[in-house]
Ligand binder design. Structure first.
Ligand SMILES: [Zn+2]
Ligand SMILES: [Zn+2]
Length: 600
């Protein structure tokens, strides 16, 4: 059954729950085309066949099926009455209205699909979890042609245990709805559904950009074949690195390689200082995994990083096929030696990779999002490994490291061998709001120092509305020589000229930028100082945010000693914890001899 969606026909699954019975035992099943199931089960001697429900959306049918499999005795005489009673109970559990019992006209057996077509679909789906439309695209992209309806081929493979069939939004065993693609349970909308015709279909908001996950829409999944079966030998992929690793990176690299070579632990955190070059270490891990013939996914929430990485890795390994997947990228279903993907795109993989490298585990806007872990968890093979990269692991991950459930590798020093700038606390109990009084003396000092050193300064503020206010406040106190070329400008995520302003700041066209925390990552500017204004605003400035912001300073070897100031009315626990963590990294780096000798 297909309906016209806004631009692509969306296949929706509506079907029956049935009972097939042989001499002494039976099976519960679901089907959009029960004739196929009859043919399939006849092979096993199940001659009795009875539909138990009217056509239902997949999520509902799947729940009823699992429910019956759990509670219905499936040997002896066929339990028709018990099945009816159990179905009613399950229906009430989901809060669904009663439905008429189906007229049981036995579906005529349908011919089994051709082996060649089944094999083709099986091959295309390997290592993926996809909608029917996406499977059709994967076939088309690789010039695969099938004449049997795709959903029938997939259903036959499902009956044969070769493919998993999942509702886009399904129910937990206790009847709680959950998105089967992104794993989240809170942002599910009840909608009147033109596809399945039900008034309370469920749609997931969490992964909407990847096409609607609905209760009536089927996902098909198949694990990647075991490595032995692919017969692919490991390749000696010597990376052509255009950089020499620092002692800190060499050590971290060796540990990360051992993690891959030994394969004992499933998860490993690479806890790197901001600007310490975790990607270089990840490249070492990739080389190790390639030499063992392992499949690799490098996932990251931000598409800019994926694109940058594609260029970088292509120059390191020109002979390898490197596929980058992000919204709008082409060739989504191609083959590759290394796959780079945004977190969202990773949701399309199923038990595929031996090694998943997950960059920026904690990055905005996914820091509290279970989707990230869910995607990694499912993209890697059951015996696969995950390497998590970040400068600021989320608290849950740190707790697991402390309990020794996750291995940890530290990368505490930057390439230039200078310690991380330690934030200086500037406490001003009467710190004024923008415009209320003259600029605070501390703020003026920081500005003067920065300008005297011919450096640049980012002033982080805790709210979007403060950006313009602080800019106006500064300009009012210090108009500057040319009102048409202001020395201070503001920027935030939704700013209409965001990219232009950042680019101008990078080029050094003005020395001071006022910004929200959205600028905390991904910005590397030489000769940069950092000031966090109202740093004690704990709701915005968490430990990790403060560390990331401080981590913008002193990254380049031309100006490795950038300054970091936290200006606040009081010293918040987050400020103290951030400073402590930065100091601990410096101690560790010094103890291991990673810092320059003249640094004290
Ligand atoms: Zn979802
Ligand atoms: Zn629906």
């Amino acid at each position: 059954m297909t309906v016209e969606g806004s631009y692509t026909p969306v296949f929706y699954w509506q079907g029956f729950v049935y009972l097939a019975w042989g001499d002494r035992s039976g099976r519960v099943g679901i089907s959009h085309n029960p004739g196929l199931d009859r043919t399939f089960w006849l092979q096993y001697g199940y001659r009795q066949f009875s539909l138990l429900t009217p056509p239902l959306p997949l999520g509902t049918a799947a729940f009823l099926c699992e429910w019956l499999q759990r509670y219905l005795p499936l040997n002896g005489e066929p339990p028709w009455q018990e099945a009816r009673a159990l179905i009613n109970k399950a229906r009430l559990k989901l809060g669904l209205p009663p439905w008429p019992f189906p007229v049981n006209d036995l579906p005529a057996p349908r011919p089994a699909p051709a082996q060649a077509e089944l094999a083709l679909v099986q091959k295309k789906l390997a290592g993926r979890i996809l909608w029917r439309e996406e499977i059709a695209m994967a076939l088309a992209e690789n010039k695969g042609v099938v004449t049997t309806p795709l959903e029938d081929l997939l259903h036959w493979l499902y009956l044969a245990g070769e493919v998993t069939l999942l509702p886009g939004v399904g129910y937990d065993p206790n009847g709680e709805p959950r998105c089967r693609r992104c794993g989240q349970a809170s942002r599910l909308l009840k909608v009147a559904c033109s596809a399945c015709g039900s008034g309370d279909c469920l749609v997931c908001e969490g992964c909407l950009t990847m096409g609607q996950a609905r209760r009536c829409r089927p996902l098909y999944a198949r694990p990647w074949p075991a490595r032995r079966a692919t017969g692919r030998p490991g390749r000696e992929a010597r990376p052509r690195l255009k950089f020499t690793l620092t002692p800190a990176q060499v050590d971290a690299c060796r540990e990360a390689e051992n993690f891959v070579f030994q394969g004992r632990e499933k998860e490993c955190l690479l806890w790197a200082a901001c600007g310490a070059g975790k990607t270089e270490v990840a490249c070492g891990t990739i080389a190790a995994a390639l030499s063992l013939g392992k499949t690799i996914l490098y996932a990251c929430p931000r598409r800019e990083i994926i694109r940058e990485l594609q260029v970088r890795l292509t120059s390191i390994w020109p002979e390898l096929r490197i596929l980058a997947l992000y919204g709008g990228s082409s060739g989504k279903f191609g083959e590759a030696d290394i796959i780079l993907a945004t977190t969202h795109q990773s949701l399309r993989f199923y038990r595929r990779f031996d090694l998943v490298i997950l960059d920026e585990v904690d990055a905005f806007p996914l820091s509290e999002d279970p989707m990230l872990y869910y995607a990694v968890e499912r993209a890697r093979r059951e015996d696969g490994q995950a390497l998590l990269l970040t400068a600021t692991p989320p608290p849950g991950l740190i707790a697991r490291v402390r309990r020794r459930q996750v291995k940890v590798i530290y990368l505490p020093a930057r390439h230039h061998g200078h310690p991380l700038p330690v934030p200086e606390f500037l406490r001003d109990p009467f710190l004024s709001q923008p415009g209320a009084r003259h600029l605070p003396r501390f703020l003026v000092n920081c500005l003067d120092q920065t300008l005297a050193e011919k450096a640049r300064l980012i002033i982080f503020v805790p709210a979007v509305k403060l950006v313009e206010e602080v800019v106006a406040w500064l300009l009012q106190e210090r108009p500057g020589p040319d009102p048409n070329r202001p020395w201070v400008q503001g920027c935030y995520a939704a700013h209409p000229r965001r990219d232009a302003i950042i680019a101008a700041f990078r080029r050094g066209e003005f020395p001071v930028l006022v910004a929200t925390t959205v600028m905390e990552r991904g910005i590397t500017i030489p000769r940069l100082n950092v000031l966090v204004l109202y740093a004690d605003e704990e709701r915005v400035f968490t430990v990790n945010t403060l560390i990331q912001m401080a981590g913008r300073a002193g990254r380049s070897s031309a100006y490795p000693t950038g300054r970091v100031w936290f200006l606040a009315r009081r010293i918040s626990p987050a400020m103290a914890a951030a400073r402590r963590q930065i100091q601990e990294f410096n101690h560790l780096a010094r103890r291991r001899g990673y810092l320059l000798a003249d640094e004290k």
